[in-house]
Structure formats: structure tokens, C-alpha cells
Design a protein around this ligand. Sequence first.
Ligand code: PHE
Length: 347
Amino acid sequence: MKQQLEEIKKRALQALDDASSPNALEELRVKLLGKKGELTAVLKQMGKLSAEERPVMGQLANSVRAAIEARLEERKSAIHAAALEAKLAAEAIDVTIPGEPVSLGKQHPMNQVLQEAKEIFIGMGYTVVDGPEIELADYNFTRLNIEEGHPSRDRSDTFYFDDDDKVLLRTQTSPMQIRVMEKMQPPIRIVAPGRVYRKDEADATHSPMFHQIEGLVVDEGITMGDLKGALETLVKRLYGEDAVVRFRPHHFPFTEPSCEVDMQCFKCRGTGDVGGQVCSTCHGEGWIELLGAGMVHPDVLEGCGIDSAKYSGFAFGIGVERMAMGRLRINDLRLIFDNDVRFLQQF
Ligand code: PHE
């Protein structure tokens, strides 16, 4: 039996030394020390021994058990330490490697100019409001005095969602005039910036999606002089005191009288000619159309429940991209939408 115990001890210690994972150790523990383990099997035979031999063998068995247990603990911590070391090595971070530069984005140049314009209007006491890009034909056209059959309602100009031409992508921010007047009574002084959509071919000054800022002021005694003052203030703040603009008579169904405001082309300085070539920015016109405006038509006021005998108002719709082109000296509107970082980084 002594030999048996010694044999068990020798094999056990060797097996423990060979084990390399916590699982293998646990299997060995059960096999060596468990109820059905080898050591227990030997101890069960103790009854067969003589009275003198029994304590001697008992002591030996205990010391074998103790030796196995001690080695088991040793191996456990050694394996644990090795695993930790391997993990630390695998996850090591070299803090001395230089970091990758993170390039920070910034506001799009068109939004920078839009922000400037908003601030100018807020400074004049306007409130900024927002409205839907998916609009009813009723708001986009009908209630703005634009009758059925008017060319701007044509399917070749407007993106409709339905077959009976009732829901569309707004072609102008002017429906915001109706939405505001429906809810508010004068005094009204708002601007409503946002996207608008038209079936236009993209060129240096056109895009099927662009931005407008609608403006609306309604109060007692508002005149065309107030309109001119507000727009001149905007233009001079944006482009400087010496900016050249012109007011030109025009027609809109929802304003009367109406006008358009142009700025002198910054590329050809109004000559329409760049080095003997027709100026591509203004198509040789010498002027770039910036906005449409006018006195709110009395029928439009009345349609929204505002007494046109007591109140009058003006409205305008500014092309934001056109405005940004002049402000940032960009000669092709498509650059604003291309999202080429080499272009965007310049502002
Ligand atoms: N909505 C008009 C356009 O898109 C501009 C405009 C706005 C004209 C307000 C008059 C008053 O052309």
C-alpha cells in the first residue's frame, strides 16, 4: 500500500505540473481527491490493514493528500498569473505612438450665410419660424391667389406626390405666409427659412432643390417704404454699405405691387463680360436676381381672416444660395451642393 500511495503521489504531482488550464486542473482535482478518486479508493482498503500498520499508512495517506492539495493550489495561481500576463501582453497599448489627427467638421458655408441673415432679421425684431417641405397645393398655390391652370402649377415644374395634384414638394416658402397668418393676428413679423423644390435643370444659378427665406410683416400702416428699408438693411449688412442693388417692378399673384431685387454681379461687376466672354455667373445680365417681394395682396390677407382695410403688409422670398454666392464670391451654385471638402474647407 505504501508503494501504491507513493505511486499515486508521483503521478499526481507530475499530472498537475503538466496541466496548463483551470479546466484541466479541476478535472485532476476530481480524479485525484474526489469521492471516486484514486486516493479515496486506496483509503477504503485501510480496513484490511493490521492495527500497527493502520496509523502509519493513515499518516502517509494524509501527507500524500496534503502534497497534492498544495501542488494544486500552486498550479492554480501559476496558471492564473500566466493567463493574466498573456492578456496584458495581448492588450498592451503603446501610448508613445502618435495619435491619428481627427478632422473637425464645421458649418456649411451656405448655412453660415443663412445664419448671418437670420441674425440680421432677429436684430430687426423678426421671429424665425419653420414649416413643412411636403405641402398642400392649397397653401402653396390656391390661397396665394395662384389659380388652377397657372403655369407654375404645371407638372413639368412641380413635384407632386399624388395624381390629383393636391400634395407636393413646396416650390416656394410663400405657403408659410398663409400658415402664419392663419394662426396669428397682426402685428406679424416673421422669417421662415427652408428648402424648396422645382423641376429645374441644374446650372450655375439653378438647382432642383434650393433654399429660400420667406419674410412677412403685417401691421397697421405698413408700406412699400418699410419693405425697401428692411431689404436694404439686409443687403448692406451682408454685402457692405457700398453694395449695389436694384428694385425692379415684377408680378406675383399674391403681392400687389410686386418687385424683384437684383444685386450687381460680383464677377463681372455689372458689365456682363469677363475678358471678352459672356459672364457665366450672370449669363451676361450684369445682375443676379436675389429675391421677389411685394405688398401682401388684400385677398390673401382676407383669405386668412385679416382685415385688409385695417392692416397691410409686405412679403419677400430670398434665394439663399444666390445670397451666399454673392456673400462668399462663389461663381457656380453647384459648388454649394457638391460637398467637396476641398471647397467647403475654404470657408
Ligand atoms: N415666392 C416667390 C418666388 O419664389 C417670391 C416672393 C415671396 C414674392 C414673397 C413675393 C413675396 O419666386
